[in-house]
Design a protein around this ligand. Structure first.
Ligand code: ASP
Length: 331
């Protein structure tokens, strides 16, 4: 079954304000299957994670710092497939990917298949800030992060009972097709600061049962993550191989730059064409240079939250939306 793309756009009433959005992954999520308490907990967690970046923006900070702060908070939330709570590889371990990109300079940092660095997005930021390279992988990336002063953990730090159960189910053939599709859950954030700069960040455990050093779209600049002040900042989630083939995030930026398309039109076009597969490929969040936000997906749902200074703020998983007021500067 092909799912029609669902697009949620939030327009800024003024071009001076900040804007930020996050995703906690796309997939076959059914919010009706969650009881009220659990649903409220998810909305609270999404709001809390967004607030970490929003506070920075509301106080005049940079989009780059804001997306890193929000993704760090999502990595700590064990429900999401990134950092603590990341999904497991075929071998029952964790290999994590992340990328961050600054739209002002188009500099980026990324890491792939790391195993012992507590915050993958902090490692990606360290690559951006402190190395001559763009993408580091495996043991070398963990070594680099440790030398950059980041905290190391045992690989088991990333394991949670839910992920272990899921992995065991898959290995004992108790999994049905539906649960198999619940593999997604990457996290990401995009932001525009008051100075007009854009940034994007994405962090993930990849897909459950991945093997042979598989790397997805998240750490690949242009596929799962991209930021360019001339067009937009994008973070994707979903079936990584499809997003890599579509060079998804860069395709959205290119459509805007070369065809003059709006952000929401570019996202819809991509979802309806290259990412149009049975059950849906996933989704993306984006912000343009004016601070307009688009959150779009062709899977059943996508954990998401958004706030724009001169517009709306809220969170959602499927259709149901919880709204609140955008944050103001402190003091
Ligand atoms: N895109 C990620 C990957 O393929 C997975 C996800 O978004 O859940 O590694």
């Amino acid at each position: 079954m092909t799912t029609r793309p669902r697009i949620y756009s939030f327009t800024q009433e003024s071009n001076d304000g900040y804007a930020i959005a996050l995703h906690g992954g796309a997939g076959t999520l059914d919010e009706n299957a969650l009881d009220d308490e659990r649903l409220a907990y998810f909305h609270q967690t999404l709001r809390h994670c967004l607030a970490q970046g929003e506070r920075i923006l509301a106080n005049g900070g940079s989009a780059l710092d804001a997306v890193e702060a929000t993704v760090k908070a999502l990595e700590l939330a064990e429900e999401f497939n990134a950092g603590h709570g990341a999904c497991m590889t075929w071998n029952g371990e964790h290999e994590l990917d992340a990328a961050i990109m600054d739209g002002a300079t188009r500099q980026s940092g990324a890491i792939a298949s790391i195993r012992t660095t507590k915050s993958p997005i902090a490692a990606a930021r360290a690559v951006l800030d402190h190395s001559d390279h763009l993408l580091l992988s495996g043991q070398g990336a963990d070594d680099f992060a440790r030398l950059a002063g980041l905290e190391s953990v045992d690989n088991s730090y990333f394991t949670t009972p839910m992920r272990l159960q899921h992995w065991q189910d898959l290995h004992t053939e108790r999994a049905d097709a539906e649960r198999d599709l619940f593999r997604f859950g990457t996290v990401g954030a995009v932001a525009r600061d008051r100075h007009g700069n854009l940034a994007a960040a994405t962090s993930t455990g990849g897909i459950t049962n991945k093997r042979w050093g598989r790397i997805g779209d998240s750490p690949l600049v242009g596929s799962g993550t991209y930021a360019d002040n001339r067009s937009c900042a994008i973070s994707c989630t979903g079936h990584g191989e499809l997003f890599i083939r579509a060079v998804a995030a860069h395709d959205i930026s290119s459509r805007m730059r070369y065809l003059g398309e709006r952000l929401d039109t570019a996202c819809t076009t991509l979802l309806a064409n290259d990412l149009n597969v049975p059950n849906g490929a996933g989704g993306m969040i984006g912000v343009d240079a004016q601070g307009n936000l688009t959150l779009a997906f062709n899977s059943r749902g996508m954990y998401r939250a958004w706030s724009s200074e001169c517009g709306a703020a809220g969170s959602a998983i499927g259709e149901g939306v919880v709204e609140w007021q955008p944050m103001k500067a402190e003091g």
